[in-house]
Design a binder for this molecule. Structure first.
Ligand code: MN
Length: 482
């Protein structure tokens, strides 16, 4: 088989951010923006327009020496490309890496580019260009920071991405959703202890993706990054704590989550394309900032494709694995973009028994609290195509028979429809409903296992999948018909 010499071989895996950016740039997928763009709104606006088309590179934003990059993993096909697999094998590859994590390789401080420059006692807003993204955001936010903590009870690390509002030279407020970092910190806080953390900004796309792997507590996501890379991830010990961070990352903020301390955070425009309200949140005290010489700052524009895909792909992989344990006839899953990559799950099955889709719907609700709506379709429906899924609902679903509704379950606190707004007759500022209590809806859009004639046979033209247009089109030049 011959291959273009310009393109890397199909099995090439991108393990380095700068190599990946060069590859994107060489293929026309990085827009270099004019210097001096404003960090406040303008940078996010430009990235948003180019979302899913080109990554955006901003030299000297607001005159800052450090450039900003955004949107370098904003298409599903790009992520598959970074993994070195066809898009159809994306979930299988991620699942395989999650099942075969590789231990990290620790390197000395002088072998770690991320510690080439060390700052103590400097304002993060002076060291790095931190954008303010959306209209009502309450200031600059770090949105692409991998927060790494070590569970003091076990010594095992945890990696997750959190929005972080930079308040001052020494303190930042962080949103902790009720998952692993939250659990580890609550345990430390109950003993009135601080929890060492590092915020890592600027890592390769596969390490970004690995940070979102859904596994049990005490399962180090950096080892999944090694699994995706096909080689151990190089890590280095922080200068002020025992936390290990990717040695080849761009920027690291070392600090501690403080027990019993809270600060105002928000509003902030989040992935569902709504604002989270201002609340008292946990606080990180900064101890040191380290970075490469000439670092690049990565920002994720909230709710754009880079943000959605980061949640979608690892979740799809783990939802598929979870469902297939109980239902081997589940073939594929998709979290739709319209469902903000979190809330609406499409499941493709090879149906063998009546009633089966409803069992699968119940299984999916148990897999992740964010899943709010499930649509089960047959194997003749392309589950990644929302138009085909809607077709299945239009023609194979009857609401009185095929609908499952479960009230009062745990949902996403970022879903505004879980609140009912304010009581207009009171002088109260308190929402009248607890955020995050959600109804679940499941739709069985499958056809009966047995049916009469061709009542449920999808119309197909023989040969439509096999025609090669280059074999049959003679010319598309303008013709005269008169
Ligand atoms: Mn975890």
């Amino acid at each position: 088989m011959t291959q273009s010499s310009a393109a890397p071989s199909k099995s090439h895996v991108f393990t380095d951010l700068r190599e990946w950016l060069e590859h994107l740039s060489a293929t026309g997928r990085v827009a270099r923006i004019k210097p001096g763009i404003s960090l406040r709104h303008e940078l996010a606006a430009i990235s948003k327009i180019l979302d899913g088309k080109q990554a955006t590179y901003f030299p000297k934003p607001d005159g800052h020496e450090v450039p900003v990059i955004s949107g370098f993993m904003s298409r599903r096909s790009w992520i598959a490309e970074a993994m070195g697999v066809p898009e159809s094998e994306l979930l299988a590859r991620f699942r395989d890496a999650a099942a075969h994590p590789l231990r990290c390789e620790e390197v000395a401080h002088d072998q770690a580019p991320c510690q080439q420059v060390v700052h103590r006692d400097r304002d993060p807003r002076d060291v790095m260009p931190i954008p303010t993204h959306s209209e009502h955001d309450n200031g600059p936010y770090i949105t692409a920071g991998l927060v790494i903590a070590r569970n003091p009870a076990t010594g095992v690390q945890n990696v997750s991405i959190h929005r972080i509002q930079v308040h001052s030279k020494s303190q930042m407020a962080i949103l902790l959703l009720p998952r692993h970092l939250w659990a580890i910190f609550k345990e430390a806080e109950s003993k009135n202890q601080a929890l060492d953390v590092a915020i890592v900004i600027g890592v390769d796309p596969l390490t970004m993706l690995a940070s979102q792997a859904i596994g049990p507590l005490d399962w180090d996501e950096l080892e999944v990054a090694g699994g995706l890379h096909g080689k151990p991830l190089r890590v280095v010990k922080c200068l002020t704590s025992e936390v290990r961070v990717p040695a080849d990352s761009e920027i690291v903020i070392e600090g501690r989550l403080l027990p019993g301390v809270r600060a105002i955070e928000g509003p902030f425009g989040e992935f569902p394309k709504y604002y989270s309200t201002q609340e008292e949140r946990e606080v990180i005290e900064i101890d040191a900032i380290t970075h490469r010489k000439n670092p690049i700052f990565h920002t994720i524009v909230p709710a754009e494709m880079e943000h959605l895909l980061l949640g979608m792909i690892p979740r799809e992989a783990s939802l598929l694995a979870h469902l297939q344990r109980s239902f081997p006839n589940v073939l594929d899953v998709h979290l739709s973009v319209g469902g903000v990559g979190r809330y609406h799950l499409y499941i493709k099955i090879r149906k063998t028994h009546e009633g089966q889709p409803k069992n699968i719907i119940c299984g999916a609700f148990g897999a992740h609290y964010d899943v709010k709506q499930v649509i089960v379709v047959d194997d003749d429906v392309e589950v990644h195509d929302p138009q085909q899924v809607e077709w299945a609902v239009a023609t194979r679903f009857q609401a009185d028979r095929d609908l499952v509704v479960i009230s009062g379950a745990q949902g996403s606190v970022l879903d505004p429809s879980t609140t009912l707004g304010m009581d207009l007759h009171e002088d109260s500022q308190i929402p009248t409903h607890v955020a995050g209590i959600s109804a679940k809806m499941g739709l069985d859009a499958t056809r009966p296992v047995k049916y009469h004639g061709h009542v449920f046979t999808k119309v197909k033209v023989p040969g439509e999948d096999d025609i090669r247009l280059e074999d049959v089109i003679e010319s598309s030049a303008a013709m005269r018909f008169s």
